[in-house]
Design a protein around this ligand. Sequence first.
Ligand code: APR
Length: 171
Amino acid sequence: MIKLSLGDITNSTADVIVNAANSALRGGGGVDGAIHRAAGPIIVEECKAWISKNKELPTGKAMMTSAGKLPHKGIIHTVGPMWEGGVANEDQLLAECYINALHIAFENGFSSIAFPNISTGVYGFPKRDAADVAICTVQNFLGSRKEQMKVSFVCFDDENFEIYKSILGED
Ligand code: APR
């Protein structure tokens, strides 16, 4: 089941929220900054420990930390592709972010997950194209599984919200 909302993802009631992180898991602005501020310094420590073992989180991959001070069951960090004009496999890499995050959510037995509009801020992915990839990937993934999962797309800006509304056919 797919849901759409407008707002700050840290207020989502989903079991797990997804962060649009960078490969160094160093925190940043945008949704990454909002999640780190709300979750607190425990997340920074968890990310540092993970990086010291694994070096980096490659683009398209995902990992999970606790949710720190947030009420969620975890935070899934994934690294979206930087837009390079469409010649660097950006669509596929963006799709992998959604797939890998969904895999982690299923593996952990969560029943709901909230996604931000990965790569559509600082990383410059065209919003309409990113929304097409996100929705199509999630629909295909959910269609291929027997288990249910409630997936929320949490848009922060009106432009993304309108795009998602038009693709999902909501009023
Ligand atoms: N809740 C939900 N969505 C948000 C929030 C929030 N609190 N704040 C921003 N957004 C939205 C933006 O409107 C944008 O559509 O998240 C989307 C992704 O934008 P960015 O956060 O800039 O992420 P991205 O484009 O993937 O760039 C990632 O930015 O913050 C750094 O460390 C991060 O280097 C990484 C890069």
